[in-house]
Design a protein around this ligand. Sequence first.
Ligand code: NAI
Length: 381
Amino acid sequence: MTNNRKWRMGLVGGGPGAFIGPVHKMAAELDGRIELVAGAFSQSAEKSRAAGQAFRIDSARAYASYGEMLEAERSRPDAIDFVVIATPNSTHFAVAKAALEAGFPVMSDKPATMTYAEALALEKIVAKSGLPYGLTHTYAGYALVREARNICASGQLGKIRKIAIDYLQGWLSQPIETTGQKQAAWRSDPAFNGPGGCIGDIGVHAFHLVEYVTGLKVTALSAVLRSVVPGRRLDDDCTAFLRLDNGASGTLNASQIATGERNAVRLRVYGENGSVDWQQEDPNYLHVKWADRPEEIRHAAASYLSADARAVTRLPGGHPEGYIEAFAVLYREFADVLDARAAGGPSPLPPTLPGIEAAVRGMRFIELGIESSHLQRWLDF
Ligand code: NAI
């Protein structure tokens, strides 16, 4: 059967004033294959209704809780096809479990769960359900991240020897969680955020990007986590040394007290023959540096890019694509999986789309980072 309609999405989170829920809607709908039709946008029924109105969905499908949404949608002929999770971390596991057990595929935001134990439990639930589970590590959707990944896999850089990943933000340089700033408030509260502050919020993206681009696995780490802002209950600064399975070493520098920085993600991978250097705030360019020839600056949409990079570019060169487009690449790949499933064929996630394996490794990274910092020593994965 060929799918000739849009896939119907039910969003959990994304209520009034939320950051990433509306981004999920924009990204999911960008390529015209998915539409938001239902949601439990807030824990408050009134706010959920208000969000439903703002999103212009049928008011009957703006639910007061995700439990109500799953129950009501199951019996509709035009039921949602999958569930998106864009709530604070403490709810990710419960929502994913409930959705999968009710028969709905899941696209979840990171970190996948609150704890590593929950991630292991989720892995079993995903396997048992046989349903697609995707994880929105946004940076994996950028064309030039795909290009860097391709260059690493091709062996052109030679043996990879050194990796430097920075993810620097400055928005938590002051105790804004005490002023009622919504995003900072729950991120600074272990009950809603989980035990890893900066390491869980952005360190996990950095960790994922390292393994995603290099194809290597981190085998050990030594981390130092600090709560720099007085009174803050969770870490707001994370520095880690990484050891990788080919013998390479890496530094992971994530901070939310890097005053003046916005969303400065920068990945550098150094091999014997050359290196790649990509920065998220200038995402349409990839610097490729060689030992024996001039530096190249590759740009998005160029005909010379790898097929992997060209496949995720929508516009001709010079028309900048950014965060939402990268996010939308992950949704496009998820829609491919739903298409394959509807056609009755096998529907594993493509290797380019992060899923449950990335979820489990990311949560292991957070847990080990916290423990390593506490014990002040290296720990094996
Ligand atoms: P936010 O605080 O802006 O939004 C969370 C929303 O979830 C709010 O509308 C809140 O009312 C709602 N909510 C809370 N509990 C709920 C429940 N039980 N049922 C329904 N709705 C509920 O938070 P933000 O910044 O949007 O983050 C949400 C998640 O997305 C976090 O896990 C965060 O780590 C992740 N995130 C991922 C990003 C990425 O680049 N992939 C970027 C930003 C956030």
